[in-house]
Design a protein around this ligand. Structure first.
Ligand SMILES: Nc1ncnc2c1ncn2[C@@H]1O[C@H](COP(=O)(O)OP(=O)(O)OP(=O)(O)O)[C@@H](O)[C@H]1O
Ligand SMILES: [Mg+2]
Length: 455
């Protein structure tokens, strides 16, 4: 079976796919869609950028349409949960596109925007609801939503949804869902311990694993430059400037460990003449949406983000991903660099590794089975760095990277057991609180036997 038309999807869905220009299903779509059309529970694992969204959206829409029932007040028939607002909005947009020739409503709710409008929209019910867990629970607590009629339950980025930050909400949700339902879990990463935890929410699932979990996207070239923390900013600005001058950079995402760090990086890039914006959890929703829109539309070629943008975000033409700091949870690396090299495109991922980050690099290489290629500092680095302009200083917004010890706000932080210099600011939003500690010998596939430890 190599065409969508061979999969038995309803004709209005095939027409919507044709409008998008999609003819062949991707491997995860080919393998997951038949089982999902039969109503099976499913655990789907496939690399970033390989079409997991359509893999759960198409067969679900097919089933909802085949089984038409009137919408019930404050209800949905399909619930999709996502860890971030931007990803929820993107999934809803995708689903609206696939459902455009069907008589099905797709709605989306998330925090940071007024709840009353969302509650009003839900009065008559919807067919598909895409949501972030917090706002969805608020709507339920306000009696604006019930999960009593959910037939299909999807967890996108399922391993993150079962992680510490979300597991409590997820357990509440699971207790409210009907026992008789179809459950679908998707991600590019699924540590064994989390998969085991997930089996309480899913019944006798078909497991489709297109590539071993945590396999990085096929066409991404991965590099690492060893550089002192204090020199990273100059290196980043020079690299991006050179890539733009050589017309090699289309769009670039830069990942920062902290929200303040993201602002600081964006300011330095701007000072060096590179249009850049930051997106993180301290920004208003309007600012977040505006930054991502500018990046999507190409008016701003560089987006500096916390891990809020690490998962699921699909922007065409991201040619480069930079890790300004290495993530301390290795799975997060797979997702971050997966913002490039999507849907068959090429991409480059460049990680800046300070001496105290080498343990993270080892974790990443062990998890992915890929050794990052060393990318040396430019020959004239010191001289060129000295010429870079500094941004104008803004009070209270430019603390030293290693400072700010008071930022934990009693929420745990990640200070314990971390290499020196990484225990300062609170972990950025979207960043998992878990840290995986690899066990056993080196080599590809070892990551499957890892255990997790709460830090
Ligand atoms: N069959 C197909 N043919 C061509 N393009 C497709 C097909 N299916 C999906 N795409 C496109 O591929 C891109 C990546 O899809 P998607 O965002 O679903 O990836 P993903 O597997 O969920 O990745 P991630 O793990 O990063 O969330 C999207 O732009 C999507 O529209
Ligand atoms: Mg996805």
């Amino acid at each position: 079976m190599s065409y969508f038309s061979d999969l038995g999807l309803a004709e209005p869905i095939l027409r919507a796919l044709a409008t998008k220009g999609y003819t062949d299903p991707t491997p995860i779509q080919r393998q997951a869609i038949p089982a999902l059309m039969e109503g099976r529970d499913l655990l789907g694992i496939a690399q970033t950028g390989t079409g997991k969204t359509a893999a759960f959206a198409l067969p679900s829409l097919h089933r909802l349409a085949a089984n038409a029932t009137p919408r019930k007040p404050a209800s949905c028939r399909m619930l999709v949960l996502s860890p971030t607002r931007e990803l929820a909005a993107q999934i809803a947009d995708n689903m609206k596109g696939y459902a455009k020739n069907l008589n099905l409503f797709v709605d989306c709710v998330f925090g940071g925007v007024p709840i009353t409008k969302q509650a009003r929209r839900l009065v008559g019910g919807t067919d598909v609801l895409v949501a972030t867990p917090g706002r969805m629970l608020d709507l339920i607590d306000n009696r604006a939503l019930t999960l009593r009629h959910v037939e299909i339950f999807v967890l996108d980025e399922a391993d993150q949804m079962m992680d510490l930050g979300f597991i409590h909400a997820l357990k509440r949700v699971a207790a409210m869902l009907p026992a008789q339902r179809q459950s679908l879990f998707f991600s590019a990463t699924m540590p064994k311990s989390i998969e085991d935890l997930g089996r309480q929410f899913i019944q006798n699932p078909v497991k489709v694993e297109v590539a071993p979990q945590a396999t990085t996207a096929e066409r991404v070239e991965q590099y690492v430059t060893f550089v002192n923390q204090a020199e990273k900013q100059a290196l980043l600005s020079l690299r991006i400037r050179a890539l733009i001058a050589d017309q090699k950079l289309d769009r670039s995402l830069v990942f920062s460990r902290t929200k303040h760090g993201a602002d600081r990086i964006a300011r330095h890039l701007e000072a060096a003449g590179i249009p850049a914006r930051a997106i993180h959890g301290n920004k208003s929703q309007a600012q977040r949406t505006a930054a991502l829109d500018a990046f999507r539309q190409g008016t701003c070629p560089v987006l500096v983000a916390t891990d809020i943008a690490a998962r699921g975000i699909d922007v065409a033409g991201v040619s480069h991903v930079f890790n300004f700091e290495l993530p301390n949870v290795a799975e997060q690396y797979v997702h971050r660099i997966g913002r490039t090299a999507r849907a068959g495109a090429d991409g480059e991922a460049i990680s800046l590794c300070a001496p105290d980050e080498k343990a993270y690099l080892r974790d990443i290489e062990k998890l992915t089975g890929v050794k990052l290629a060393p990318l040396p500092l430019p020959a004239d680095f010191q001289a060129e760095a000295a010429k870079l302009p500094k941004p104008t200083h803004k009070p209270n917004d430019d603390e030293d990277y290693r400072g700010g010890q008071n930022r934990n706000n009693g929420r745990g932080g990640n200070g314990r057991g971390q290499p020196q210099g990484r225990g300062g600011e609170r972990p950025a939003d979207g960043q998992p609180k878990r840290r995986f500690v690899p066990r056993g010998g080196p080599g590809v596939g070892q990551h499957r036997n890892k255990v997790s430890r709460v830090s």
